[in-house]
Design a protein around this ligand. Structure first.
Ligand SMILES: Cc1ncc(COP(=O)(O)O)c(C=O)c1O
Length: 333
């Protein structure tokens, strides 16, 4: 009989090309919200726990500590509960209430960090606490090789198997594990595949994502090729991520979180540039072979963001801008 941990990965791919700016550009979404705790982070949480067990660092009775205001914390809380480890999550005080509740329901202990310091403040506090308590196991997703490896060995091969004609991969950048792991695998197999990171502008927040221009560069990003691996990045503002998350929901039925809206916005920008750059633009309307197949990642579902009030039905720009402004008060990462 399978355990719930066996259900991690092998997520479905759906065609959302009705949102594409060109009939010759396909846009496909990999639904990581289908993982057991509802996000892509189940993959890396399991991989980090397995790796720490394999080295003997994580043994029964040890305490695991990790800073996270969302998905990694929730994934670890479920997995640690299954494996019998105590878990402490350093959580910025400003996160939405449902996250706190899920973490506590799975038995994780919450250590609050100052809300105004955001995710970087949570990372600093977790670092300090793990130095003060050397017996605690600090998994540190930003620097843990198991993070990109989970994507190199799992997410990447799944994408290529499902979409052999993929030409572009677009994903948000948080720890960079997804982009570095999937990107390394795809480039190794097919060097012609293009890889795009989606980031918010410096100083703005799209949940789950970070701007490298804000100063913190995750160690795994540098170790796995960083900017050299990427073919480019697309900057997406919070209002655009809300706009595209809503369109994804209303027009395709994919009930996705805001970083998926951002990744889709990035995919649309990549598609629009392809249309512009195509020297035979007129022929796009003809029946010639497809111009591109773009895959983007839906990192999680929309449930945890409902209380932030950004999934209203109106798609008007004023409304979206207002929702984005409201989001500014919250920290998600
Ligand atoms: C909702 C969401 N989207 C995107 C990401 C970014 O993924 P990665 O950390 O693999 O770069 C994260 C986590 O960091 C996330 O929680």
């Amino acid at each position: 009989m399978q355990s719930v941990l066996d259900l991690i990965g092998n997520t479905p791919m759906v065609d959302v090309s009705q949102l594409s700016p060109s009939p010759n550009i396909r846009i496909l979404a990999k639904l990581e919200n289908h993982n057991p705790t509802g996000s892509v982070k189940d993959r890396i949480a399991l991989a980090m726990v397995n790796a720490a067990e394999a080295t003997g660092e994580l043994v029964p009775g040890r305490i695991v500590i990790e800073p996270s205001s969302g998905n990694t914390g929730i994934a670890l809380a479920m997995i640690c509960a299954q494996r019998g480890y105590r878990l402490k999550i350093v959580l910025p005080e400003s996160v939405t209430e449902e996250r706190r509740q899920v973490l506590e329901a799975f038995g994780a202990e919450i250590i609050p960090s100052p809300g105004e310091e955001g995710s970087n403040g949570a990372v600093r506090l977790a670092q300090l606490l793990s130095e003060q308590n050397p017996s605690w196991v600090f998994l540190y997703q930003y620097g843990n090789e198991a993070n990109p490896l989970a994507h190199f060995e799992g997410t990447g091969p799944e994408i290529l198997a499902d979409v052999p004609d993929i030409t572009h991969f677009v994903a948000g950048l948080g720890t960079s594990g997804t982009l570095m792991g999937v990107g390394s695998y795809l480039k190794e197999q097919r060097p012609d595949i293009k890889l795009y990171a989606v980031e918010p502008p410096s100083g703005e927040t799209v949940e789950g994502l970070r701007s490298l221009d804000d100063g913190y560069v995750p160690p795994i990003f540098e170790k796995w090729g960083g900017v050299d691996l990427l073919d480019g990045k697309r900057i997406v503002r919070p209002a655009e991520s809300i706009y595209w998350a809503r369109r994804l929901m209303v027009e395709t039925g994919v009930f996705a979180g805001l970083s998926a809206g951002a990744a889709l916005a990035g995919a649309i920008k990549v598609a629009e540039r392809l249309v512009e750059d195509d020297s035979a633009a007129a022929s796009l309307q003809s029946d010639r072979a497809g111009l591109a197949t773009i895959v983007f990642l839906v990192s999680d579902g929309a449930w945890k963001y409902l209380s932030a009030g950004v999934y209203g039905r109106e798609l008007g720009h004023d409304d979206v801008a207002e929702a984005a402004e409201k989001l500014d008060q919250l920290i998600y990462f």
